[in-house]
Design a protein around this ligand. Structure first.
Ligand code: AMP
Ligand code: MG
Length: 409
């Protein structure tokens, strides 16, 4: 067995960010910038009002109060989107949020601080120079760096880029990832099972979890435990996608051909690993015509845990992210986790939750066998238990939160 970090380094060293290119803004969610991105425009582009109210000269209402209001004539109304106007001497202009500040105005008084008056507006409060004015460039100055290289683009980033007039953004392109289930026992049709058959669940879980990682998923079906069929499936996939994710056939069974075929076609670049973790001990990785192939174990829980430890971070690297993992948390154990020393770090399916006091704690679930997918479906975290006899309730435990399972694009 090899330690997890060694297996991970082996994989991540062989993964590179995908080609940098300019992609349409709305296709960039979750991708990382391939260079620093600057704003050519000021945001906001002009001085505008932050409130609905009256544009005026602050000196015209100095000393105004509820007891001593100042009444000004109203020379008109300015809506957001109207062209710039001039404020007449000694008057106010009614103005709506986002509208251009008229020339010669230097403050805006809120509607709430005024009253209607015959022939004008009664101002009940003095305002400071510049009050309620959002000045041009106060969010972003023209020429400023919006985001440095390798910034992962989320919803607010895309909004910032749209505000600055970006239609295309320089990013590392999105990966296309193929998914293959291997196993002669697998059925993916709506029919009764024959003796010895089981239904293919991994391809569906893996398609879903891959979409949460932001890739374009390509379903490449089920392939039986047959060397020729596997060889042609892997070579065919390599011609089509940027990475291949398979499940099954990487253990030590007589018909575990994934690793054998991968060794043959990856020109010595295949590495079969027994990783010192539980679940997800067996794992194979190789390059098929230069395309990384992740050979995940067949047991459904193992496949998903292996995905989190190897595939999701590798996709982040392909997408140009600087951080391959989200930070783990250290929280109090809500129950004990008993185990025996076996040389492996356990990743126990667990529930992370906040108590009434707001403190997080982790509760490890009952079913910890690697075929118990239903228990995995109940969990939202993996409690990390180092080799030994486990931990007891109340101890501090490291947990790996599992991201929102429904964050599909
Ligand atoms: P393997 O790694 O091929 O030895 O498979 C380990 C276990 O996982 C066996 O019980 C398989 O039947 C099961 N298994 C393999 N692939 C899948 C799959 N796609 N869906 C559900 N179970 C699977
Ligand atoms: Mg199998």
């Amino acid at each position: 067995m090899i330690p997890l970090h060694e297996a991970q380094s082996h994989v991540f060293e062989r993964i590179s960010p995908l080609r940098a290119m300019a992609l349409p803004l709305d296709d960039c969610l979750g991708l990382a910038t391939s260079q620093g991105v600057h704003s050519e425009e000021s945001i906001p582009p002009f001085d505008n009002t932050a409130v609905d109210g009256f544009a005026l000269r602050f000196e015209a209402v100095s000393g105004a109060s509820a007891e001593n209001p100042v009444t000004l004539p109203v020379a008109g109304t300015i809506a957001a989107g109207d062209p710039p106007r001039e404020l007449p001497q000694g008057a106010a202009l009614r103005i709506m949020t986002g509208a251009v500040i008229p020339t010669a105005a230097d403050a805006v008084v809120m509607v709430e601080d005024t009253e209607e008056a015959a022939g004008g507006v009664k101002v009940l409060r003095a305002v400071r120079l510049g009050e309620n004015i959002r000045t041009a460039g106060s969010d972003i100055a023209a020429g400023a760096l919006l985001f440095p290289e390798r910034t992962v683009l989320g919803a607010a980033h895309l909004g910032v880029l749209a505000s600055a007039g970006y239609v295309k953004v320089p990013v590392h392109r999105r990966a296309r990832v193929g998914v293959i289930s291997t196993g002669s026992e697998l059925v993916d049709e709506a029919r009764a099972l024959r003796p010895g058959e089981i239904r293919d669940s991994n391809r569906h879980s893996l398609r879903a979890i891959l979409s949460t990682a932001g890739v374009d998923v390509v379903d490449l079906g089920v392939v039986p435990d047959d060397e020729d069929a596997l060889r042609s499936a892997f070579l065919g996939a390599a011609a089509e996608v940027d990475a291949i994710v398979t499940s099954g056939g990487v253990s030590v069974g007589d018909f575990d051909y994934t690793k054998k075929v991968l060794r043959d076609i990856s020109k010595g670049e295949m590495r079969w690993m027994q990783v010192a973790i539980r679940p997800a001990k067996p794992f194979a990785f190789g390059l098929v015509e230069g395309v990384p192939l992740f050979g995940l174990p067949g047991n459904p829980v193992s496949a998903l845990v292996s995905f989190e430890l190897f595939v999701r971070p590798a996709i982040r690297k392909m997408h140009g992210h600087a951080d391959l993992f989200d930070p783990n948390l250290t929280v109090q154990a809500a129950n004990s986790y008993r185990r025996h020393p076996d040389g492996r770090v356990h990743y126990a399916r667990a529930l992370l939750s906040a108590g009434p006091d707001g403190h997080l704690s982790v509760h490890s679930l009952e079913g910890q066998s690697s075929h118990m997918l239903h228990e995995m479906a109940r969990s939202n975290a993996l409690a990390i238990c180092p080799d030994g006899n486990g931990y007891t309730e109340g101890e501090m435990v490291e947990v790996m939160p599992l991201g929102p399972a429904t964050a599909a694009r």
